[in-house]
Design a binder for this molecule. Structure first.
Ligand code: CTP
Ligand code: MG
Length: 397
């Protein structure tokens, strides 16, 4: 028997809109969520390979991600990729087309269920071994379930109800036939087994896994705990930068060009926000300051975009396993007025840093006409980064 897994990772995550990326790509314990399931299937000897179903618009990027993950952290296994569709069932249909000819059984799994165990996968395969057309892991219900009908409530027999999970297993030809019927008859379903049931074929259940939950809503995110607090220490980095106004570079703050703002005199692009932020990050890393890393005198950095410098420092942070919790920035200037720009700056910083909007704060203030900012001679910024650093630094970190 030749068994493959379709790993569904093409959803839009509409119930988790606040996330900076789709939930299947959320990094947890150092790897994207979908990779957690992939590594479990890869551990099961009877699984020959995986078909990743990725969003059509990011297929190339996601395939590169798989190559990189395999290269950097493993495990290695046979895989293919297919573009997802509008509905979950469209994504499954697309994945089926990418299976190799030799495959005769298929498991379908939601990558949003990262906690599955190899044991569960094995139970589903055993169900197929016993001859079922389809196998569903199920959990007995503890609540009393009512049917809310037009004439009022009726109570269902709880002893006959289960909550269906994935991975669900099928004989390949039967699942293909079910999807074919689904397409031609316009069925809309939320799992694959319901299609096979509609064909009148036998679908059986095996014991599910209590904690094999699907990350669906905000509350579920709490199921993805951060690093063990006893293995890291909290740290704070503080950064400060000043630029003099004058006929030089057009003012940029947090990577956003401030139109009609005064010019700044600077060697690089003179972005005080990014410079203060870089120094705060270096403060967490204990790696000196921006001038040590990117010297003023070095022509390589003349006019360079500070977002490139920030990306370099963020790479250093990642290599050191620094986990950034929060960024708080205060810009101090008499001119220009920053209220209209704050939201844009915050959004851009979140993108540059790969953080959520709730992890970034941007404030602006004047110094009441006092000092060089009050005299409109320049602008300054202070930045504070809070993060967690491993107790035992990696490599040269
Ligand atoms: N999925 C998919 N293609 C779709 C829809 C869903 O591959 N068109 C995948 C999701 O990536 C997820 C699994 O199916 O791993 C279960 O779907 P769900 O939890 O509903 O995820 P999303 O559809 O992404 O979330 P939402 O319904 O909140 O938009
Ligand atoms: Mg969905």
């Amino acid at each position: 028997m030749n068994t493959w897994t379709l790993l569904l990772a093409a959803g839009r995550g509409t119930r988790l809109k606040e996330l900076k990326e789709k939930k299947q790509f959320l990094v947890w314990q150092g790897m994207p969520l979908f990779w957690h399931s992939a590594t479990v299937f890869a551990r099961v000897p009877r699984i020959q390979g995986l078909v990743f179903v990725f969003p059509a618009e990011s297929m190339d990027q996601n395939c590169r991600m798989v190559h990189e993950l395999m290269r950097q952290r493993g495990p290695e296994f046979e895989w293919r990729a297919a573009p997802g569709g509008d509905q979950r069932q469209d994504s499954v249909s697309s994945g089926l087309k990418a299976l190799p000819q030799s495959c005769d059984r298929v498991l379908v799994h939601d990558s949003a269920r990262p906690f599955l165990t190899a044991d569960l996968v094995q139970r589903v395969i055993s169900g197929l071994d016993a001859g079922a057309a389809g196998v569903v892991p199920g959990i007995p219900l503890t609540d009393t379930i009512k049917h809310n009908g037009e004439t009022g409530l009726t109570t269902l027999d709880r002893s006959r109800l289960i909550a269906a999970q994935t991975p669900q297993g099928f004989q390949r030809s039967i699942l293909e036939q079910a999807h074919e019927s689904g397409r031609s008859k316009g069925w809309t379903v939320t799992d694959d087994a319901s299609m096979v049931e509609r064909l009148g074929l036998e679908v059986v259940s095996v014991q599910g896994q209590e904690d094999n939950v699907k990350i669906t809503t905000e509350q579920d995110l709490a199921r993805l705990p951060g690093p063990d607090p006893s293995s890291c220490r909290p740290c704070t980095g503080w950064g400060y930068d000043v630029h003099r106004y004058g006929p030089g570079k057009p003012l940029k703050l947090g990577g956003i060009p401030i139109t009609n703002g005064p010019g700044v005199l600077a060697h690089s692009d003179g972005d005080v926000v990014l410079h203060a932020l870089i120094d705060a990050l270096l403060g967490c890393l204990g790696k000196g300051d921006i001038g040590d890393l990117f010297p003023d005198q070095d022509p390589a950095y003349a006019g360079i975009s500070s977002s490139i410098l920030l990306a370099e420092v963020l790479d250093m942070a990642q290599k050191a396993d620094l986990s950034i919790d929060h960024v708080d920035i205060t810009v101090i200037c008499q001119i220009p007025k920053l209220t209209p720009w704050k939201a844009q700056i915050k959004k851009n910083l979140a993108t540059l840093m790969g953080l959520g909007p709730q992890q970034i704060s941007i404030k602006a203030t004047t110094e009441e006409g006092l000092g060089f900012t009050g005299e409109k001679k320049g602008i300054k910024t202070v930045a504070v980064v809070t993060a967690r650093s491993p107790l035992e630094p990696k490599g040269d970190a």
